[in-house]
Design a protein. Structure first.
Length: 263
C-alpha cells in the first residue's frame, strides 16, 4: 500500500478479506478532478495469470500486478457495491427480491460460460466472491455489473477434463470435489447453492460442524429439501445445478432456463 500512498493515493475502506489478507479500496484525484478508485490485494503469480487469461465483462479486471517486499500485489477495479454476501447480510432471510437474485445469478453464469469456454474453472464460487459494481436496490439493480472475484484457486482444466485437488469452500463444494475427480460442472453446483441461499435465506447444506457439512454434501439426495411454499420454476432451476455430475447442466444450458429469461 505504501507504494501508492507515496504517489498521492489514499486508503478509503476495507472491501473484504481474501485468502492472504484484507482487500482495500484506494483513491486519488485524477487530472480531470474525478476520483480514481481501485482495489488493492495480496495476490499470487497464479491468480495474476488466471486474471490475464480470463479477462471478460463478468470477471474482475486486473489493472496492474507488481512485487513489493517479496509479495505479489494486484491492483484491481474497485467493486463499490461490495460483495453479494454483504448484500445478503443486509437483508432479512428469504426477503431478497427474486428479480435481483435472477439478475445476479444470470451474470455469474455469463462469467462462468466465458471461463469454462477458455478451459478454466473458478473452484471457489460463493457469495463472497461475487462483486457488485454498485449498491443493489430492488428498483435500480440493472445499473450494476456483477463480476466473479478471487481467482486464487482457479485452475486450467487438463486434457483429461478432470481435476483432483480437493479445494474450495466446503458449504459450496460439489460432491465430486470431495471424491477427488471433477470438472467444470463443479462450479455450477456452487451456483445452485448460492441461488438456494439467496432465495430461501439459508444454505441447503449447513451445520456448525464442517465434517457434518461434508457428510451432507456427499449424501445430498438425502439432505436437499426445499421450503414447502417454494415456487416451482426457481426450484426446477436449482435442481438443474444441485444434481449428480452426469445429470447437471452446463453454464450455457442453465443460463437459458425459463427462470432467467427476464434477467
Amino acid at each position: 500500500v505504501k507504494r501508492f500512498m507515496d504517489k498521492g493515493w489514499e486508503e478509503v475502506s476495507t472491501l473484504g478479506r481474501g485468502a492472504r489478507g484484507p482487500v482495500v479500496c484506494i483513491r486519488r484525484k485524477s487530472g480531470s478532478g474525478i476520483d480514481e478508485k481501485y482495489a488493492l490485494k495480496r495476490s499470487t503469480n497464479e491468480e495474476v495469470q488466471a486474471l490475464k487469461a480470463l479477462a471478460s465483462r463478468n470477471v474482475i479486471a486486473l489493472e496492474e500486478a507488481f512485487m513489493w517486499s517479496n509479495q505479489v500485489l494486484a491492483r484491481l477495479e474497485c467493486m463499490e457495491g461490495g460483495s453479494f454476501r454483504s448484500y445478503l447480510r443486509g437483508k432479512s432471510p428469504g426477503k431478497v427480491s427474486e428479480d435481483v437474485v435472477r439478475y445476479v445469478i444470470a451474470q455469474v453464469l455469463d462469467g462462468l460460460q466465458d471461463i469454462h469456454r477458455r478451459g478454466w474453472m473458478h473452484r471457489d464460487v460463493k457469495a463472497e466472491n461475487i462483486g457488485l459494481s454498485c449498491e443493489l436496490s430492488s428498483w435500480d439493480y440493472r445499473n450494476c455489473t456483477v463480476k466473479l472475484l478471487d481467482f486464487d484457486v482457479a485452475a486450467e482444466i487438463p486434457r483429461s477434463g478432470r481435476l483432483t485437488e480437493v479445494i474450495g469452500t466446503v458449504e459450496n463444494m460439489a460432491p465430486e470435489v470431495f471424491q477427488g475427480t471433477y470438472g467444470e460442472l463443479a462450479d455450477i453446483w456452487s451456483v445452485g447453492v448460492i441461488t438456494y441461499e439467496a432465495l430461501y435465506g439459508y444454505r441447503p447444506f449447513n451445520d456448525a460442524n464442517i465434517d457434518r457439512v461434508e457428510e451432507m454434501v456427499r449424501n445430498w439426495q438425502r439432505y436437499l429439501l426445499f421450503p414447502f411454499d417454494a415456487a416451482e420454476l426457481p426450484t426446477n432451476f436449482i435442481r438443474l445445478m444441485l444434481a449428480d455430475p452426469q445429470d447437471r447442466s452446463s453454464a450455457s444450458s442453465v443460463r437459458s432456463h425459463r427462470w432467467l429469461r427476464s434477467a
